[in-house]
Design a protein around this ligand. Structure first.
Ligand SMILES: NC(=O)c1ccc[n+]([C@@H]2O[C@H](COP(=O)([O-])OP(=O)(O)OC[C@H]3O[C@@H](n4cnc5c(N)ncnc54)[C@H](OP(=O)(O)O)[C@@H]3O)[C@@H](O)[C@H]2O)c1
Length: 252
């Protein structure tokens, strides 16, 4: 790795993205954090003594700003596609915009930011971490647009892993389970007698993602036992639908 190699973290001002940036640091290169909110981003940049860029990756305008910055870096060693947020509107409320907003942020932003970073990633034979979700592998009743967009993201990320390997770029699809963050507090789970053990911290999530990246894994779950949820969805979809209905009744 060269000193000028860039690491980019979208959604790097809070939660999992900031925890990843803290763990990766910038020992041998530059670090660029991207988010919309100026204050949190400035605080993160100050803490990590790194560059920040205010950009909404779900909009064309934000993508243009980011693409312009990335074009100035000939070598990108790591891109972390992490920007995201909850989309909890129930399907039956029929908010037509909610589906496209979820797709724009949770799926298309990954595709578009990756395209903008691609020349630099290929030049550095770098890596990409796509922060997707266990919700991309199972049916959930509580946030259907979120789950649908994460299903799209996971399929794309798995495909990209294969294509990118041909030019020496490594792609990790990282699927966290519940992580306690500002946008996803998981209060009901955290207040439950035993389900609270299913919720991990952003730092724990980041630690295990970095480990999976160092081992050059294709896909990881955080914690790893969440992999079983996708297997159960494939072999017992009826049971998973029943569990999703019960969990929705209980946890909303
Ligand atoms: N927490 C969980 O339980 C969990 C589980 C599985 C997967 N995930 C995924 O992990 C990722 C990070 O979530 P988190 O829990 O760490 O949430 P978080 O603490 O709210 O952090 C989200 C980050 O993304 C940024 N962001 C949101 N919308 C953006 C946009 N349009 N353009 C640029 N930046 C944007 C936020 O800053 P601004 O709001 O200032 O832009 C913030 O820096 C998301 O993709 C989420 O779906 C989370």
């Amino acid at each position: 790795m060269r000193k000028c190699d860039l690491t980019v973290v979208t959604g790097g001002s809070a939660g999992i993205g900031l925890a990843l940036a803290r763990r990766l640091g910038r020992p041998d290169g530059q670090l660029l954090l991207v988010a919309r909110g100026v204050e949190r981003l400035a605080a993160a940049g100050h803490e990590l003594q790194c560059e920040t860029l205010v950009a909404d990756v779900a909009t064309q305008e934000g993508l243009t700003v980011l693409a312009t910055r990335l074009s100035e870096s000939p070598r990108i060693r790591l891109l972390i596609n992490n920007a995201g947020g909850p989309f909890r509107t129930p399907l039956l409320d029929h908010h037509p915009d909610e589906a496209s907003r979820a797709i724009d942020l949770l799926y298309l932003a990954m595709v578009r930011v990756t395209a903008a970073a691609w020349p630099g990633l290929v030049a550095a034979r770098g890596s990409i971490v796509n922060v997707v979700s266990v919700a991309g592998t199972v049916a959930t009743g509580s946030a259907p647009h979120y789950a649908a967009a994460k299903h799209a993201a996971i399929a794309w990320s798995r495909g990209l892993h294969v294509e990118a390997a041909a030019v020496g770029v490594h792609v990790l699809t990282a699927n966290p389970g519940p992580v306690a963050t500002a946008a996803f507090p998981h209060d009901r789970l955290r207040n439950h007698r035993w389900l609270r053990h299913a919720v991990i911290t952003d730092d724990r999530c980041a630690e295990t993602i970095v480990r999976a990246l160092e081992r050059r894994r294709a896909e990881s779950f955080h914690p790893e036992w969440w992999r079983a949820a996708g297997v159960a969805q494939a072999v017992a979809p009826g049971t998973m639908a029943r569990l999703a209905r019960r969990s929705r009744e209980r946890f909303g």
